[in-house]
Design a protein around this ligand. Structure first.
Ligand code: MN3
Length: 201
């Protein structure tokens, strides 16, 4: 089935109070994400994967030398669709069960945030940093370009886009400040908790 650009789950200016401007979302969602959808559809046609779900296309095209372009665009379409859902208007708290689980896995919420920022800062060039459920374990990972947890059979609980287009308008070259702000003011922790619950808790 053809890929479609989803609407943002909030207004373009809804995250401005949390530090992500209307201009960033206009460029990032309306132009960058839309380009992945358009290019992905062009590459999906004739690929033999037209009848697959987006998740199946990503998994099937990963590491297929004949489908590099399709993988890049399909995975980035999936990544951004999750990313919009993982954020929300500021002022949200981490549900207590999620906070307890993160505390068990990383020592404390503060230690989790420190390790998540370090993963994103440590991703040389474009990519993403993630909180994933891998088997029964919670882990922090980083991936280059469009590679995502689907490629490794992991469940994405939280992902942060560390491509420069995600932060250059609002934070210029300050990637660490952007990721810290993402954790402190932009993450929709209820969405993260729902993803963990859907993955069996
Ligand atoms: Mn992006």
């Amino acid at each position: 089935m053809a890929f479609e650009l989803p609407d943002l789950p909030y207004a373009h200016d809804a995250l401005a109070a949390g530090g992500m401007s209307e201009e960033t979302l206009q460029f990032h969602h309306d132009l960058h994400h839309n380009a992945y959808v358009t290019n992905g559809n062009n590459l999906l046609a004739g690929s033999g994967l037209e009848d697959n779900s987006l998740e199946q296309v990503v998994a099937a095209a990963y590491n297929d030398a004949d489908k590099v372009g399709l993988f890049n665009n399909a995975s980035q379409h999936w990544n951004h669709t999750q990313f919009w859902q993982m954020m929300g208007p500021s002022g949200r708290n981490m549900p207590s069960e999620l906070a307890a689980r993160i505390g068990d896995a990383f020592g404390s919420a503060a230690a989790f945030k420190e390790q998540f920022v370090a993963a994103g800062v440590g991703q040389f060039g474009s990519g993403w940093c993630w909180l994933v459920k891998d088997g029964d374990a919670l882990k922090i990972t980083k991936t280059p370009n469009g590679v995502n947890p689907l490629c490794f059979g992991q469940t994405a609980l939280l992902g942060c886009d560390v491509w420069e287009h995600a932060y250059y308008i609002d934070f210029r070259n300050k990637r660490p400040v952007y990721i810290q702000n993402f954790l402190d003011k932009l993450v929709n922790w209820e969405n993260v908790a729902e993803r963990l619950s859907a993955a069996g808790g």
